[in-house]
Design a protein around this ligand. Sequence first.
Ligand code: GDP
Ligand code: GDP
Length: 434
Amino acid sequence: MANIVAIVGRPNVGKSTLFNRLTESRKAIVDDFSGVTRDRHYEVADWIGKKFTVIDTGGFVHGSDDVFEEAIRDQVHIAIEEASVIIFMVDVTTGITDLDDEIADLLRRTSKPVYVVANKVDHAKLHHDSAEFYAFGLGEIYNVSSATGSGTGELLDAVVSNFPDEEEEEENQLPKVAIVGRPNVGKSSMTNALLGVDRNIVTDIAGTTRDSIRIHYNQFGHEFLMIDTAGLRRKSKVSEDIEFYSVMRTIKALEDSDVVVLMLDANDGIEGQDINIFHLAEKNKKGILIVVNKWDTIEKDNKTMKEFEDRIKEKIAPFTDVPIIFTSVTEKQRIFRVVEKAMEIFQNKTKKIPTSKLNEVMLEIIENYPPPSIKGKYIKIKYATQLPGRSPMFAFFCNLPQYIKEPYRRFVENKLRENFDFNGVPIQVFFRQK
Ligand code: GDP
Ligand code: GDP
């Protein structure tokens, strides 16, 4: 179940400002100039314990004004098909424009939840002005000021009411693996090679909602579900090559999986888009395996692999305890290794460390390297336990948890990794009051 919120609307209404507020990312550049290139357009957000991915569709529009309008219409179509919730943003200071009306026309045809957000309501006397947006016929208007954050809490309450509570831990479920990556890196080729058949599905059914396709893999002693996005290609001209569409599919597959296989082309290395996907997987606490494909096309000596690895790890830091496999699908090189590694990662992600073993190992390490004392106060860690959950989480109980700083948390995480093998798995370490 993917929780995806798409923010749509014409340029300059404040989409990226809201996006930054919801995701608290300070990275995106906000500028008065429309169509400015931004760093990151999708990010995990969290509201009252519910996680979802927010997409700023504005970040995917590049070019001149007329290109804009066409692209924005395409995006609204894609958002309607692929997102779970749509935020339609308008600007109270300009009122309704023709493009707003066009977008509203498209949105009236969907049964998905649509929230009309009147932005730039910076003070109370603008509240009345937003009443004109009722003319869209899309229901209630949410008055917000993305700049100050006012009104965003109410909006988020409404948005997350569409999402289920964190699902109970599913027992005995098959691992779910998604192969993601930019176009042409070899995802379909890999999928076909693993399954031993050509299963390139082309669909031309427009306007239907499709969830990711799950293929049951059960060969050579490994059983799992492959979340297939690679095979799913659209015939329709609209959105065929739109970056926004492929990102949307990727996010869906990622949210639906336990282990993400991030596939790269050895000729391109790891780039901005890949790093964004990597961080999204990390924040979503997914297992991660990096596959560098088309290794056959690279001229190499005995140092090439190490150099590649070092470069990738530099880019994905600080979470670098991630396996990297070099493959060639065409030469059938190390393909099965991908399956084996993905399954190892799933084991690492789901294993439970017995409390006695955890304490035996970790308390000794902590005794030898205790947290630094602060203002003459000594921090005593007494006991550790793994918390229940879908990914590894550890609580260390101590007298003064507030005095433990990030470097020490990282030290403890690294020791857990050294002693218990969480290769490919994000883990969380908490210090709590005993
Ligand atoms: P986008 O093109 O829809 O993503 O719009 P931006 O987020 O880039 O915002 C466009 C302009 O509106 C920027 O100059 C923002 O500073 C400004 N802006 C965004 N939100 C607000 C708001 O709540 N109040 C006011 N007064 N200005 C805002
Ligand atoms: P996708 O868009 O990620 O699904 O990529 P495809 O599987 O469609 O592959 C794109 C192109 O790369 C095709 O022409 C493949 O034959 C080619 N390709 C895939 N894997 C390899 C590989 O390991 N080595 C070489 N040389 N070409 C590959």
